[in-house]
Design a protein around this ligand. Structure first.
Ligand SMILES: [Zn+2]
Length: 377
């Protein structure tokens, strides 16, 4: 269905930036101070009877292991760190609690759980890191995740979705067992969802094993920078201050990891101009999300039956919590089209609000301006 738009819907953007209150990013102190015998556990997610997401080129358990092995190999090249893995083959089935018990048994200081993402509609994109809701763990994961996502955006152009938290269903603790079970044992843990294995947008990032390997190496370098580890053999010196760490609190919840489960307050569209000769419509799209941020949007030109691939909401910046309050797009049509346009605006937690509809009464025929209505819900 989505192919309908490919190549055809070429969107021209202009952006009016509304700068919302944001969080300044500066070089900051390391919030986690490792002792002399730092022990890191790398946890390749899934395995054995649990394949993880099957929406990608290969099952997630394979992707996770390739990344985790490259991560462990490179992290071992740093000085003063011991690295363990929860599994080293693809046949081992481990429960989430067993992974945390293992981490405790080797006296882990930190657990990094390695994953690739997927979603029901197979239409998401980007990277996210989950951290605990509980201090000080929340701050550790926030500072690390922020640093990691900056590297992935810079190195690979993988879209950052931010450091997130998720509340347990019946508790104030964490939803994800790999985080909760480690925190229970006083071990900080984060989940790294490198990108989406099952969508069109990130398909380019999951084409080869070499990509999965290099993500593991980038993970290792970010972990090393987070802890201030240096490597004689790699010639990397992280002993000084870091220029790229975000300041994070280890006593209070970090607002940038806030779980926003309510949909954006409003998303609306209006027509700026219709060009009858060129069969284009220029739209203004507006969105408001006061307890979070707008992150991406989808457009339908058939009244909501099919949707184009999601696009980043202009100026959406998960590092600062800012986005554009309004922007313009120009949609091309063909003679004979009678579009019915509607937009979904999504926040960082994939909750969306649908806009009003703009329904054209006439077909585009290059002779006269087609009439339309904008007030349809
Ligand atoms: Zn997974």
């Amino acid at each position: 269905m989505r192919k309908f738009f490919r190549g055809k819907l070429f969107i021209f953007l202009t952006v009016i930036c509304i700068c919302l209150p944001h969080f300044q990013v500066n070089a900051a102190e390391r919030v986690y101070e490792p002792d002399n015998d730092l022990v890191i556990v790398i946890d390749p997610g899934h395995g054995g009877d649990d394949p993880g997401t099957q929406g990608g080129r290969i099952q997630e358990r394979f992707m996770n292991l390739i990344t985790a092995q490259a991560l462990a190999y490179r992290l071992n090249m740093y000085d003063g760190v011991t690295v363990y893995m929860t599994r080293s083959d693809n046949d081992t089935t481990l429960s989430l609690t067993e992974r945390a018990v293992y981490a405790k048994s080797v006296n882990a200081d930190f657990v990094f759980s390695i994953h690739y993402n997927a979603c029901v509609m197979h239409d998401r994109f980007g990277m996210e890191v989950y951290t605990s809701r509980i201090a000080p763990y929340n701050g550790y994961g926030y500072q690390f995740g922020d640093l990691l996502m900056r590297r992935f955006e810079e190195n690979y152009g993988i879209y950052p979705r931010g450091v997130k938290t998720r509340k347990g269903l019946r508790t104030e603790g964490d939803y994800y067992t790999i985080i909760a079970a480690n925190i229970y044992r006083k071990i900080p843990a984060v989940i790294i969802e490198h990108c989406f294995a099952d969508g069109n947008v990130d398909a380019v990032h999951t084409e080869s094993d070499d990509q999965f390997r290099s993500y593991g190496e980038t993970d290792a370098d970010a972990i090393a920078e987070f802890f201030g580890l240096s490597s004689t053999s790699l010639g990397i010196d992280n002993s000084g201050a870091s220029e790229t760490l975000v300041s994070a609190s280890t006593t209070e919840f970090n607002d940038m990891t806030y779980e926003d489960r309510t949909a954006p307050e409003s998303v609306s569209i209006s027509v700026i101009s219709v060009n009858a000769l060129e069969n284009t419509v220029t739209l203004k799209i507006e969105g408001e999300e006061s307890d979070g941020m707008m992150m991406f949007y989808e457009i339908s030109t058939d009244g909501g039956w099919t949707w184009n691939d999601p696009k980043p909401w202009p100026d959406s910046d998960c590092f600062r919590g800012t986005y554009s309050g309004s922007f313009e797009v120009t949609l091309p049509f063909n003679t004979g089209d009678r579009p019915s346009i509607v937009v979904k605006g999504f926040n960082r937690y994939d909750a969306y609000t649908k806009s009003n509809k703009i329904v054209f009464m006439d077909k585009f025929d290059s002779r006269h301006l087609p009439l339309y209505r904008t007030d349809i819900k």
